[in-house]
Design a protein around this ligand. Structure first.
Ligand SMILES: [Cu+2]
Length: 147
């Protein structure tokens, strides 16, 4: 009775868990969890691409600061051109007034003299951007929907 049984026990003890221990010298207290404080204040809703993109819509500021149309829809990364056809200037800024933090793409428009036009930076993600005339926050009201 030949019992030639060879067991090749290749035990590869593979320690997959590599624990990288960064020995931070000194006791630097990190921020404690459970911070239920308010927001930082700079809550951007729609990021700016930092450059003018393809113009997806044009809005005209008409008499008495009435926007035409009051709402436009563009695609992500597109821009919006503002044309001031009113007889007075309008300082076009993102909501909310006066922080203007929702949609920094609007910063590329700013103050438009009568007859002037300027284009926003691209809107980098989907969302809704309200805007207003910073010198008269009750006029030139409208929305840009980015989708
Ligand atoms: Cu404002």
């Amino acid at each position: 009775m030949i019992f030639g049984n060879r067991i090749l026990a290749a035990q590869a003890a593979s320690i997959a868990a590599l624990i990288v221990m960064s020995a931070c010298g000194g006791s630097s207290p990190t921020s404690p969890g459970g911070g239920s404080g308010g927001g930082g204040g700079s809550s951007v809703k729609v990021k700016s691409t930092g450059s003018v993109g393809a113009v997806g819509a044009t809005v005209t500021i008409g008499a008495n600061g009435i926007m035409n149309p009051t709402q436009v829809t563009i695609a992500v990364n597109q821009s919006v051109t503002f044309v001031n056809s009113d007889t007075r200037s309008h300082d076009m800024q993102s909501d909310p007034h006066p922080a203007h933090t929702d949609c920094p793409s609007m910063e590329n428009v700013g103050l438009l003299q009568p007859g002037q036009s300027r284009t926003t930076f691209g809107f980098g993600n989907s969302g809704t951007c309200g805007y207003h005339d910073h010198n008269d926050p009750t006029s030139a009201l409208g929305r840009i929907v980015v989708q």
